[in-house]
Design a protein around this ligand. Structure first.
Ligand code: SN0
Length: 321
């Protein structure tokens, strides 16, 4: 496994879920796999869960970890090609990335959508430069259009908590004060399409995800109707794709409240965190027994550990060869 960005990269989902189960049952079983191997985590944006859970996963595998917050602790990186470098960015990403690759065996990179250009964000130009120039396997820690470690952890969480064979899962847009990327909902939809679930998406007009993600997904414009018989409510805000990066509404009638949850089949509540209380979800719902946000975050260690384990196995095979 040379890169982790989409479900295709991890192969058969059922097998990945079995690996997740094994990792959870016995987190230290592969302590020697990561011996003398180094994971480098590069952050262009803030992080709490991704940083800590990925470090923990690496430590469970016996790896060493280096974390770099590029914007705080390093030279600011120029990411555009062909520019005269007379700005405040002293180093070009085309040198920085191969240099980073010299110091580690696997790189994880977080680089959010910049919302300057839809084409630029959806071309995934930053993470692709890591894939093309680092010389080592690359993991997305949330890139411009995807957050696969989150989506994989979400599926693990749904599998653990479902009470029916094929649960109804509802992804609902919810209001937020800032413009947020589409990475989390994009990956959630992309991974749910692979899972044995009945997925519905509900959002206000103008919040359609990119066509490649919306394709084949059941859409319901009325949030109250969408919530009927739901077994899982997955709330998330995202900025508009069509009016790229714009906030079209902050309508608080979309907030997930107890009244809305009462429409469901006693659904579990999920959110990737960080969450704005009483915008996305009411205090009561997030603190209720049906809230899965903490076990969901705990599963971030599991998803990261499965991905690292597979990359380390490939490295070990190459070394044996
Ligand atoms: C990020 C996002 O993609 O929505 C990361 C989620 C895992 N979330 C935020 O940036 C939230 C920031 C805020 O102001 O609430």
């Amino acid at each position: 496994m040379q890169r982790f960005l989409t479900p295709t990269d991890i192969g058969e989902l059922q097998k990945a879920l079995e690996d997740a189960h094994a990792v959870k049952a016995s987190p230290y079983a592969d302590q020697t796999l990561g011996k003398n191997k180094t994971l480098l985590l590069i952050f262009f944006n803030a992080s709490l869960r991704t940083r800590l859970s990925t470090q923990r996963a690496a430590m469970n595998l016996g790896m060493n970890v280096i974390v770099l917050d590029v914007n705080k602790d390093s030279w600011k990186l120029e990411t555009e090609t062909g520019v005269i470098m007379d700005s405040d960015k002293p180093e070009h990403i085309k040198e920085a990335v191969p240099v980073m690759g010299q110091y580690c065996d696997i790189i994880g990179v977080r680089s959010f959508a910049k919302f300057e250009s839809k084409e630029e964000d959806y071309s995934e130009s930053i993470i692709n430069q890591f894939i093309n120039y680092s010389g080592v396997p690359v993991i997305s820690l949330e890139s411009a259009t995807r957050h696969p470690l989150q989506a994989f952890a979400d599926i693990i969480t749904i599998e653990e908590n479902k009470t029916t064979e094929r649960p109804k899962v509802v992804l609902t847009w919810a209001p937020h004060p800032r413009a947020l990327p589409q990475a989390v909902p994009n990956s959630f939809v992309e991974w749910m399409k692979e899972a044995d679930v009945d997925l519905t998406i509900t959002h206000p007009e103008g919040y359609e995800l990119a066509p490649e993600f919306m394709e084949g997904v059941n859409f319901e414009a009325d949030q109250n109707i969408a919530f009927k018989n739901a077994d899982f409510i997955y709330a998330k805000n995202w900025a508009s794709y069509n009016s790229y990066g714009k906030i079209l509404t902050k309508d608080l009638s979309w907030t997930v409240t107890e009244e809305k949850m009462a429409l469901t089949n006693n659904a579990k509540f999920m959110h990737c965190l960080p969450v704005r209380r009483n915008m996305i979800v009411s205090d009561k719902v997030i603190e209720s027994e049906n809230s899965l946000v903490i076990p969901q975050a705990a599963n971030r260690v599991v998803s990261a550990q499965v991905v690292l384990q597979r990359m380390l196995q490939v490295i070990a095979e190459e070394e044996d060869f």
